[in-house]
Design a protein around this ligand. Structure first.
Ligand code: AKG
Length: 246
């Protein structure tokens, strides 16, 4: 059971941090598995699931749907601590695990993931869904940590547009009001986990450091939520069209 303060903070703010949920030994194993997986997967993963930096090194920026091609990462997404945590956020509702992704902000990369709400492309109704982030590296204001707007999860989904940033499909049309919803940087150490509600407005900034800032992201929804499949299909078609123009 996770403490009531964490759950209360999540309910109030739309995000929370659980320090050191994964041990150093577990992280070592995750690193080993990730390295082995990347050796195999980068060449064979579907085109839309891999995003590289545009620089000459072509380093990896995002790898989506890892759970579909890796038993280890599928099981990690179903880790009992993560499932129990999400179940507790949603008052004991059944939890369905949707996906695993890697986001690697390479050293000194300048792009941002602009302000957005995840439900602008996930379409859960009601929005009983959450993104769980496991830090593999130090995530700080300097290295491009996730910044959430406290309380913004109470908003409905605001108008979004294509973000123009590879890996981040949509961004808010109008930047949010920071007076209404104060920004909070989710600083994480390796092994820490953060949670943000699918309606929470958030962004990530550039990585000004000389080190990678990698996050593993896991998505969950509850059995109470239904996906608006028509909207999701339209979104996929629009995204494919956009990728073909690139
Ligand atoms: O981990 C990251 O860098 C991106 C997080 C994010 O914006 C998201 O999960 O929607």
């Amino acid at each position: 059971m996770y403490d009531e303060f964490t759950i209360a903070a999540y309910e109030r703010n739309g995000f929370a941090v659980i320090p050191a949920l994964f041990s150093a030994e577990e992280l070592e194993e995750i690193e080993r598995q990730l390295e082995a997986h990347l050796r195999l997967d980068l060449a064979s993963a579907p085109k839309g699931d891999v995003v590289f930096e545009a620089d000459s090194e072509r380093s990896l920026r995002c790898l989506f749907r890892i759970h579909e091609r890796s038993v280890f990462f599928d099981q990690l997404m179903r880790d009992s601590r993560l499932i129990q945590l999400v179940r507790q956020l949603f008052n004991g509702a059944d939890v369905i695990a949707d996906g695993t992704m890697l986001i690697d902000k390479a050293p000194l990369t300048t792009y941002e993931f602009p302000w957005h709400q995840d439900n602008a492309y996930q379409f859960w109704n009601p929005p009983d869904a959450v993104a769980v982030t496991l830090a593999l590296d130090d995530s700080t204001a300097e290295s491009g940590a996730i910044v959430c707007l406290a309380g913004s999860h109470r908003e409905s989904i605001l108008p979004h547009q294509p973000s123009g940033v590879f890996g981040a499909s949509r961004s808010l049309v109008t930047p949010p009001n920071a007076d209404e919803y104060p920004p909070v940087t989710l600083s994480l150490k390796p092994g820490d986990v953060s949670l943000h509600h699918v309606s929470t407005i958030h962004r990530t900034g550039p990585n000004h450091t000389s080190k990678h800032r990698r996050n593993l992201g896991f998505a969950y929804h509850t059995s109470r939520s239904v996906c608006d499949n028509a909207a999701a299909d339209q979104y996929k078609r629009d995204l494919e069209k956009f990728l073909q123009t690139q």
